[in-house]
Design a protein around this ligand. Structure first.
Ligand code: 6R9
Length: 662
């Protein structure tokens, strides 16, 4: 961005929390006051929600920025906090996980069950030679053993590196090599879209290039045939099931490495984001309590993310379990065996808190309102969103059709790097606006600044930054302190030799509205420069999604001889738009005019293309970069409405040769 980011979209709707929910909320306005009065003491109080084997005296050591140490003289065990202390409090028979396999098989796992299995897995890993500080790669389907594996590593102080089960052998071996992992935990396969999908062959291929790997621990899930390397490969049911269920959790330093999680972001080589123990668990745990208003005795919580993403780490494993939650875990896809599967699961388990992603919400919009309408969703009391900006109309659809106009929507902004939620409404406090993440959580210093590093006034747009360290912040990029500083700390502030303050650059554009609320506008790399104006992809996409015929949109700036860049939009229509209308020029014209009317003529797309699908990353984020290639490499007519094939074939051939991205 050469200048500040344009602020085009205005939104006047606002939804205060239901009175009953506000009256009983875990966290009230007081939290903002406390954090404002003493930010460090506020976080220390949240850290004390955990069990410390050795209490900390020091809260934050920021003497060597940007390398933070939180609660550094304290010691704790993450698995003890997620399991043992609930059992000691008499909650061993409470359900921790209602697991739903894609084919319809189920398992009910109590805290006592989970504690036993994690203890056995901890003993088994120890027997396989894993000790504190070793790295363990986890490449698993969404089965309970994935969470068990993570907790078993945490219990013995091994640092896990979970690699999404859809990644290729190249991606897996690269990550294993970078972390120098000793063991891989995997499965024969998992179920996806109605069929078993093998994992072990990918591990075999990856490990053939990873001399550091001594053992491969394999869970039997699908009973597919597997190749076996004697001496290296070990069945989970042989070594874990026979291991002793007695295991005493040892304390580890608060700054002991808990996990590495690779994120590719915008650059090619994935970054191994390092999270440590005490600060990470403090913020993952407190935000689960605050942002989801989680009441462990009555709520049934469900986060639909995969364990391979940070959302699965913080809001399936560490946040909910450290709070003693009862949660649903689902193995498969939302359309298997039918498009109502999510709603069926919510009805079945009476899910009260749902956490999902805008990409899923827009897909449900496309499939039609009639599908969720067939199920009883009245148990839902809080619904959350994460992963991308949520378009105001998608937010409204979510509120109306899933949250029955009564469950607050919490749009939570955060990153793999931040470890836990940073910007979000609080469901019992905030009167939320559709499409806005509203404001920083208590104890978080978020700001929007311009190129010169100045806070933008209300109505202005710019770069999202964090001005103070936070407990669950990344500590570094594994093995690459230099890249850590360059990527996050060198754009503004002391790292850029502009002042004394260390400022974290998130890489996202944002704006502050007239009331001071924050709106995330997508990655700054995606911002379009049209006739000298910086226009965010998010605002144009949201304008398109606000048209009743559009379910999803992706826009890119394509080189243009007159305007520098011109806006090219790819749209997916809602399920009820007839085919001949979808393919006609009239609709494209109507949508272009709709954007011009909503945002102003500067944002009018040059071209609109109707497509059946958009290219997404494995975690569901739109890959605009690919669309941009398409938009720039082909001379498509002025207003082109494309059939499925030509553009999408181009996109998919690009996707096949492209690298894995998360
Ligand atoms: C948790 C997660 C991080 C990037 C982030 C931003 C985008 C996430 C968002 C959001 C707008 C939200 N993002 N949540 N944008 N509103 N509520 O997704 O982590 O996979 O590392 O992605 O996702 O662009 O910078 P990660």
């Amino acid at each position: 961005m050469s200048d500040t980011l344009a602020n085009l979209l205005s939104e006047t709707r606002q939804f205060p929390p239901p009175a009953e929910l506000a009256a009983a909320a875990n966290v009230t306005d007081a939290a903002f006051e406390e954090a404002k009065a003493d930010r460090l003491e506020f976080w220390a109080a949240q850290a004390r929600r955990l069990h410390w084997h050795r209490p900390f005296a020091e809260i934050l050591d920021w003497s060597n920025p940007p390398f933070a140490k939180w609660f550094a003289d304290g010691q704790l065990n993450v698995a003890y906090n997620c399991l043992d202390r609930h059992i000691e409090a008499g909650r061993g028979s409470k359900v921790a996980i209602h697991w739903e396999g894609e084919p319809g098989d189920t398992r009910t796992i109590t805290y006592a069950d989970l504690h036993r299995t994690v203890s056995q897995a901890a003993n088994a890993l120890t027997d396989l030679g894993v000790t504190a500080g070793d790295r363990v790669a986890i490449y698993m389907p969404m089965i309970p053993e994935a969470a068990v594996a993570m907790l078993a590593c945490a219990r013995i102080g091994a640092t896990h590196s979970v690699v999404f089960g859809g990644f290729s052998a190249d991606a897996l071996s690269g990550r294993i090599q970078d972390a120098d992992a000793k063991v891989v935990i995997t499965a024969d396969g998992g179920y996806r879209r109605g069929k078993p999908s093998a994992l072990k062959p990918t591990v075999d291929e990856a490990v053939s290039r990873c001399p550091s790997i001594e053992k491969v621990l394999v869970v039997r899930r699908t009973e597919q045939e597997v190749d076996w390397t004697d001496g290296r490969d070990v069945w989970w049911h042989d070594v874990v099931d026979s291991a002793s269920p007695e295991h005493e959790a040892q304390p580890f330093d608060a700054e002991h490495p808990l996990f590495i999680l690779y994120t590719s972001g915008t650059t090619a080589k994935p970054k191994g984001i390092l999270h440590t123990t005490g600060g990470y668990l403090t913020q993952a745990s407190w935000t689960t309590h605050a942002v989801f208003d989680l009441k462990p005795d009555t709520d049934v919580y469900w986060c639909t993310a995969d364990i391979g993403w940070v959302t699965g780490h913080s809001y399936i494993v560490y946040g909910p379990l450290s709070n003693g939650a009862t949660q649903v875990m689902y193995e498969g896809t939302p359309d298997t065996p039918h498009r109502g599967r999510f709603w069926e699961i919510i009805e079945k388990y009476k899910v009260s808190i749902l956490y999902t992603a805008p990409t899923a919400i827009r897909t449900f919009m496309k499939w039609g309102d009639d599908i969720p309408a067939k199920f009883d969703l009245s148990s839902l009391r809080i619904i959350g969103s994460v992963g991308e900006p949520i378009n105001p109309e998608a937010w409204m659809w979510y509120r109306e059709h899933i949250g029955h106009n009564n469950a607050p929507v919490v749009d939570t902004w955060w990153q793999t790097e931040t470890g836990a939620q940073m910007i979000s409404p609080l469901p019992g406090v905030t009167a939320a606006k559709p499409g806005s993440a509203m404001g920083p959580l208590p104890g978080i210093a978020a700001d929007v600044i311009d190129d010169g590093g100045n806070s933008v006034p209300p109505g202005g747009g710019g770069f999202l930054v964090l001005r103070e360290p936070w407990p669950s912040m990344l500590r570094t990029i594994w093995g690459d302190d230099k890249r850590f500083i360059e990527t996050y700390w060198s754009r503004f502030g002391a790292g850029a030799e502009a002042g004394d303050e260390w400022i974290y650059f998130a890489g996202d554009g944002a704006k502050r509205d007239d009331d001071g609320h924050l709106w995330l506008l997508g990655r700054v790399d995606d911002v379009m420069l049209v006739s000298g104006h910086n226009i965010s992809t998010t605002e144009v996409e949201s304008a398109l999604v606000s048209h009743p015929k559009v379910a999803e949109a992706a826009v890119v700036g394509a080189t243009d001889p007159t305007t520098g860049q011109a806006i090219v939009a790819f749209t997916i229509l809602r399920g009820d738009v007839p085919e001949d209308e979808a393919q006609g020029d009239a609709l494209a014209q109507e949508l272009r005019n709709h954007v011009a009317k909503t945002l102003g003529p500067i944002a009018k797309p040059r071209q609109i293309m109707v497509v059946p699908e958009l290219p997404k990353t494995r975690s569901g984020k739109i890959m605009r970069r690919l669309l941009k290639d398409v938009a720039e490499n082909r001379s498509l007519g002025d207003v082109t409405t494309l059939q499925d094939s030509s553009v999408m074939d181009l996109i998919s051939s690009g996707l096949k040769t492209g690298k894995d991205e998360d």
